[in-house]
Every structure is written in C-alpha cells, then in structure tokens.
Write a protein that binds this ligand. Structure first.
Ligand SMILES: [Zn+2]
Length: 327
C-alpha cells in the first residue's frame, strides 16, 4: 500500500549532471515545499539540443543551463510539460537567448478569479511562533517560488497532441498527454533510451498536487493507467531523483489514491463533514504548510465521488461545502 518515496536527492545547484549519453540536467535553486529540492531542467541530445522545462527566471540558473552547451551546440527546442511557473517562468528568457521553438500541449486552462486556496485555512493548527516564522519566510520569498502558480501567458509555438513525435539529430521524443495535475500536462518519452520525462505527473519524492478546477483527479487516474501500458524503463521527473521501477511505482500511486478515497468515505461514515475537518486527520503526518494544498486534493476526490453519485454536497460542490455520503 505504501508508496516507496525516494527523497535521497541532494542536487548541486547550477552543476551540469551527465545522466546518460543523451541526457544532461541542471537543477535550479528554487527549493520549496512544492518543488522539493528545486526544478530539474533536462537537456536532451547533443549538438541540436531540446530543453525540457527551463524552470524559474534565476539568472545564475539560466547561465548554467546555457553554459552546459558545448561550443558547437545550440538549444533548438524548448519542450514544456505543463504551465506551472516553476517549470515555465524562464521560457521567454531562454527563447530570447537562443531563438528556440517552443512545444507544449496548449495554454493553461481557465483560472478562477478568486484563489480557491484562500477559502480554506488551517491557521488554528499553527502555534504563534510558527505563524511568525512562516509569515516571515513567505514575505521574503519571490512570487514565482511560493507555489505552483499557473502560467497563463505561455502559448506554445507548436501545439503538440498525444502521440506527436518531435525529432532532432540522434533523438526522438514522443508526446504522451497526461492530464490531471493540469489539463495540459504532457510527458515526453525519449525513444533511444526508453525513458519518460514525467514532469509533475509522477515524481519520486511525493505525490502530485491535484488542484481543481484545472487539476482533475478522474483524468489523473486515467493518465496513471495510461503509463502502465507503456514499457518505459526509467522516469526522469522534474523534481527529485529518477524512478527505476516505473510501472510498479505507478501502480502504488493508483493504490494510494484508492486508499485516500476510502479514508474520505470512512470520515463521512461518521456523518456529514467538511474538507476543513477531514484534512488535519488525513494528513496528520504531512507538513502543515501543505494542508491547504491537501484540501484541494481532498476536494478533487470529493468531486470524483460526487460525479459517481456516491456523495452529495449541501449546496453546490465547493471547498467549503458540507458533504454527505450516499448510502
Ligand atoms: Zn506542476
């Protein structure tokens, strides 16, 4: 049942990691509770190089990405797994410096005017000292490093659908549409090495945050099942270490989500309840700063259960609704 997370990952920021004949990586120094140790930027191929998710706009990071290139190399392709700013903020800067063509599934989905995360707070669970420390840390953190904010500005030069193939000299990349974490999330399969760049769809260090309305758990589970049908030998996620037993690992994610669903149903068996009441119990072993994100995850489960007719909401389904189990 338990997911075999691997958090044994200590990147040397701005260093070029030679990972395989065709893959190099530079990790940006933007660690936070959502990015783990930071954004891992992959350079694929030699000579004519594809960069997957350029990361944040830290100048020394971008210098390191461009500095990874040999004298006869250029970045010709800029591939985007999905439109969260920790992945895409630097797109225009890299395009300015290289002239690369951008590839992605499409722009970000609709973003509500009000931030759903503001509707549920867990302030009463923090001590006064913790609150002061968190507020200080928050105030000192640049916006793009605070969380996985949507990047609504990115529009790919080339919109790539599921199954599309992007080629360069000596490398062949297949697009695998994996909606769920975001509606436009794609993974990139490098055929020459039988590996998959999984973005934030499947990560070794943690589960993915599924944040409605653009994040969709129903789609996410289908996108996990889609990976079970592939024969990738290794995953390279954006955050954290490689995953070497991919199908087994993905199955444990599916089992985990089913387990979460059962926990929510059990919580509702005691009577109608709210997300604010369910999260602290369900996520007791998780950093409290992540509870508001967890609230979105519980919400995504409830939306899926609601669609199945297994729960009802007192009014419209929302983060603040009271939910009742259907017998
Ligand atoms: Zn993301």
């Amino acid at each position: 049942m338990a997911i075999a997370f691997n958090q044994d990952f200590k990147p040397v920021y701005r260093q070029v990691d030679e990972l395989s004949p065709l893959i190099r990586r530079v990790v940006a120094e933007n660690p936070n509770p959502f990015t783990f140790t930071g954004t891992g930027v992959y350079l694929v191929g030699r000579g004519s190089v594809a960069v997957i998710d350029p990361g944040p706009t830290l100048e020394d990071h971008l210098d390191a990405v461009l500095g990874a290139l040999g004298p006869d190399e250029t970045i010709t392709h800029l591939l985007v797994t999905h439109t969260h700013t920790d992945h895409t903020a630097a797109v225009s800067k890299v395009v300015d410096r290289t002239g690369a063509t951008t590839y992605g599934y499409g722009p970000h989905g609709p973003v509500p005017d009000d931030d759903p995360l503001d509707k549920v707070t867990f302030d009463e669970y923090f001590t006064a000292e913790e609150k002061v420390a968190i507020e200080k840390e928050w105030a000192e953190t640049p916006d793009e490093l605070k969380r996985e904010g949507p990047d609504v500005d990115f529009v790919p030069d080339v919109a790539v659908a599921d199954g599309a193939v992007i080629e360069g000299p000596g490398w062949t990349i297949e697009v695998v549409h994996t909606p769920g974490h975001t509606s436009n999330h794609v993974c990139f399969g490098l055929r020459e090495e039988k590996v998959l760049f999984t973005g934030d769809h499947v990560m070794g260090w943690s589960t993915s945050v599924i944040s409605p309305p653009d994040g969709d758990l129903f789609d996410y589970l289908n996108s996990l099942r889609k990976l079970l049908e592939r024969d990738d030998e290794r995953y390279w996620p954006t955050h954290g270490p490689a995953i070497d037993n991919p199908q087994e690992y993905v199955q444990s994610f599916l089992d985990h989500r089913l387990h979460r669903e059962r926990q929510i149903i059990e919580a509702l068996q005691a009577g109608p309840s709210t997300i604010k009441a369910i999260v602290p119990d369900m996520y007791a072993d998780v950093d409290k700063r992540l509870w508001r994100a967890a609230a979105n995850s519980v919400y995504s489960h409830l939306l899926a259960l609601h669609r199945d007719g297994r729960v009802t909401a007192d009014d419209e389904p929302s983060l603040t609704a009271t939910w009742t189990l259907v017998d």
